[in-house]
Design a protein around this ligand. Structure first.
Ligand SMILES: [Zn+2]
Ligand SMILES: [Zn+2]
Length: 443
């Protein structure tokens, strides 16, 4: 290689600098560049034996496909980083675009033919075999898909990866034997006596673990909202019931910075609690307003950012998802590409999902999966068990461990792509109803 580069120092210098920047190797003779080479010209290179191999699904379908040609070698570091991406794309997007790899160490003539200056180089060909775009250096899965998208290649025909429709449980492993009175209508959590909140309805009393869960329900209701007079809270200091509208509140933070709402029938103990533990004194109307400051970007439910998935929307907007499914649903609601950060429900580790045109463009960790909390209704249809029962995991193993630890959880493991697809197929009308009580009720 040194022998070759010696002859053209200026280029070698430039290329050398680039090589430092992006870690690619220089190997090429100058003078035979053919910038608009066509993949049809490579007979005898890609189809030959040796280390060059085609990744395309040749022969099964005569329909011409766009083609991604990667020219690299088995030894350069960015080339090696690209190999698994190319393998996966070849499988996932079979029938959409071809993927081909040429090892230029074994086939220097290909490097000349395509005018390669650095490896790896990716060249995007349209169905007529014309070069439409090329890139030098490592190119991520996301960037490759974005390039196809910009070139007008329809990626939406891709079926979700068929990895994860296997693990499911629609019969609870043990019965939920908790007293209904002590279970929150919204989140299904245990109701602590100090924060019990009750809504009187025509059909009886509905109990919540806190004013927060009441306000989540309130924000999920379509049509007429309940009257404040029908809500009671529990006095933090005495444990007695008090009308919500006339109670005094201390809105504070717990040690993990999550809001807490303490109610008091009288003003003096509320002020004493504020002086002792901190927080802000509020009226019921203040609490209601405060609780509605952050809403889920998909279903409009009240949410605490501390509990929510973070959703960055292309164009700079940022919002929250009250559950992982809602986070993905923001892509459907806004018809934009999004970047979702969720937490593994077992370990808390971050799961990062980027979408492109309604598909998963990248996933970190790559083995992340979703738990679609669901049950079978009387007709045998699978229906959601609500936002509080949805989860993502960094791996299948984490999901299975979590399911084991939650004997009353029902649902199934699905791929992140399938979770996104379920949202992308919703109509605007369905999205406007999403998670509203009656549509996606917790019970
Ligand atoms: Zn609750
Ligand atoms: Zn939501």
């Amino acid at each position: 290689m040194g022998e070759q580069t010696k002859h053209f120092m200026p280029k070698a210098l430039i290329v050398g600098m680039l090589a430092v920047a992006i870690g690619v190797a220089v190997f090429l003779k100058e003078g035979t560049k053919e910038k608009t080479a066509s993949p049809g010209d490579d007979n005898g290179i890609a189809s030959g034996s040796g280390t060059s191999h085609t990744l395309a699904n040749a022969g099964t379908d005569s329909r011409p496909l766009p083609k991604l040609l990667d020219l690299g070698s088995g030894t350069c570091i960015p080339c090696k980083a690209m190999a698994p991406i190319l393998e996966e794309l070849k499988e996932t997007y079979a029938g959409v675009f071809d993927v081909q790899f040429i090892d230029v160490k074994d086939h220097p003539e290909a490097a000349r033919q395509y005018g390669i200056q650095l490896i790896p180089t990716q060249i995007f060909f349209d169905i007529a075999g014309q070069e439409r775009f090329r890139h030098e250096g490592f190119f991520s899965r996301e960037d490759i898909l974005a390039t196809w998208d910009q070139l007008g290649v329809e990626l939406a025909t891709v079926a979700p990866p068929a990895s994860t429709e296997t693990f499911q449980r629609f019969e609870t492993a043990s019965l939920d034997e908790r007293d209904k009175e002590s279970v929150c209508y919204m989140c299904d959590g245990d109701i602590q006596p100090q924060t019990r909140t009750v809504l009187k309805t025509d059909k009886g009393e509905v109990a919540f673990c806190s004013p927060h869960c009441y306000f989540i329900t309130w924000s999920s209701m379509v049509g007429e909202k309940p009257a404040d007079a029908d809500v009671t809270v529990t006095d933090w200091s005495t444990g007695t019931t008090a009308p919500a509208a006339s109670a005094h509140y201390v809105y504070g933070m717990d040690p993990s910075n999550r809001p807490t709402i303490k109610a008091f029938a009288d003003e003096a103990p509320a002020e004493a609690e504020r002086a002792a533990a901190g927080g802000n004194r509020m009226t019921w109307a203040d609490v209601q307003k405060k609780e509605q400051t952050t809403l889920c970007g998909f279903c409009d439910r009240a949410v605490y950012p501390e509990d929510a998935g973070v959703v960055k929307v292309a164009g700079g907007l940022s919002t929250w998802g009250c559950c992982p499914m809602c986070s993905l649903g923001v892509a459907a609601r806004l018809q934009k590409d999004i970047e979702v950060t969720e937490k593994d429900a077992l370990t808390g580790e971050a799961v990062l999902i980027k979408t492109l045109s309604g598909h998963v463009a990248s996933l970190e960790p790559a083995g992340a999966v979703a738990w679609a909390g669901s049950r079978k209704n009387e007709a045998g249809d699978i229906v959601s068990t609500g936002c509080f029962k949805q989860a993502v995991f960094a791996s299948e193993d984490n999901l299975k461990e979590w399911v084991q630890a939650h004997p009353t959880a029902t649902g199934r493991m699905i791929s992140i792509e399938a979770a996104l697809a379920a949202k992308m197929k919703l109509t605007p009308q369905q999205i406007s109803q999403a998670c509203k009580i009656g549509e996606c009720a917790p019970k």
